[in-house]
Write a protein that binds this ligand. Structure first.
Ligand code: HEC
Length: 152
């Protein structure tokens, strides 16, 4: 026994050490996956978050025909600068239309649009579409809104 102990202890220590190492090896968490900054767009959610608008309170008609009419107006008057639907904007300084109501409070946008006043800055023309035009344009805008992701 006396001679066995000194022999057994290092062996036990070695075995324990091995066990601990193995256990530690298993416990070391995977390093968090931090993608390089330039690849953040791959993290965009599959289902884009959509801002919610009280279209009834705002008096915006959300039927398909109105949305289609609004899209036609946007195609004619906005698409030369702003991206429609999922398109990128042609002008780098104009946000894609699917984000504009997030940048702008829909209440203000709707009031400004209805009054036919300026919604952008000096390089964006003012538009006067009349009430019906404003309503359907807003219907189209509301129908395509997404919450911008950090990547964009
Ligand atoms: C000649 C180019 C051009 C056209 C045409 C145009 N826009 Fe813009 N718009 C811009 C630019 C540039 C900005 C960015 C303004 C800024 O960042 O201050 C902008 C900004 C906006 C904003 C955000 C305003 C804000 O305060 O951030 C809205 C909403 C918007 N446009 C709607 C429209 C709609 C709707 C149409 C079509 C009826 C349209 N724009 C047509 C150039 C244009």
């Amino acid at each position: 026994m006396r001679t066995a102990m000194p022999l057994a202890l290092p062996a036990l220590a070695a075995a324990t050490g091995l066990l601990l190492m193995t256990a530690c090896g298993q416990q070391i968490p995977e390093p968090p996956h931090v993608p390089p900054a330039e690849s953040t767009e791959t993290l965009a959610p599959v289902e884009p978050a959509r801002p919610v608008f009280d279209t009834e309170a705002l008096g915006i008609p959300m039927d398909e025909a109105s949305i289609a009419d609004g899209k036609a107006i946007a195609q004619t008057h906005c698409a030369i600068c702003h991206g429609l639907d999922q398109d990128a904007s042609l002008r780098a300084d104009a946000p894609p239309l699917r984000y504009v109501l997030s940048l702008y409070s829909p209440e203000n946008l709707s009031e400004d649009f209805r009054a036919g006043i300026h919604v952008g800055h000096e390089t964006m023309p003012d538009f006067v579409f009349g009430d019906l035009g404003m309503d359907v344009l807003l219907a189209y805008l509301v129908s395509i809104q997404e919450t911008p992701t950090l990547a964009e």
